[in-house]
Design a protein around this ligand. Structure first.
Ligand code: ZN
Length: 107
């Protein structure tokens, strides 16, 4: 029981760290993109170590293939075609396709 409690506590810290690292990556990107890449690597190693999934809004902000921090319009090309979002990393050319579910507005 106490072990589980401790793990939860650790997870929260890990989440906070990932959050800080990604915000930092975003901030540094225009001037020091190589630092942003480092932050991405750190974030990914945290998520692997603690077996955590990255927060939703940060998914797709880095390349799973080359570990670079991606910014739409800079080194990331996002395209919406039909029900699919395709993201192309312009650093290594890696392409990711994610099904896109549109929220129906019935009002
Ligand atoms: Zn890439």
């Amino acid at each position: 029981m106490s072990r589980r409690k401790q793990k939860k506590w650790l997870n929260r810290i890990a989440y906070e760290r990932m959050e800080i690292l990604f915000n930092q990556a975003e901030k540094e990107f225009s001037k020091h993109p190589e630092r942003s890449d480092r932050y991405v690597k750190l974030t990914r190693s945290i998520s692997t170590r603690y077996n955590l999934t990255l927060p939703n809004y940060w998914r797709g902000r880095f390349c799973k293939n080359c570990d670079k921090f991606l910014k739409p319009g800079v080194n990331l090309r996002v395209r919406l075609s039909g029900n699919t979002i395709s993201r192309k990393c312009l650093e290594c050319g890696h392409l990711t396709r994610v099904p896109y579910t549109r929220k129906e507005d019935k009002s």
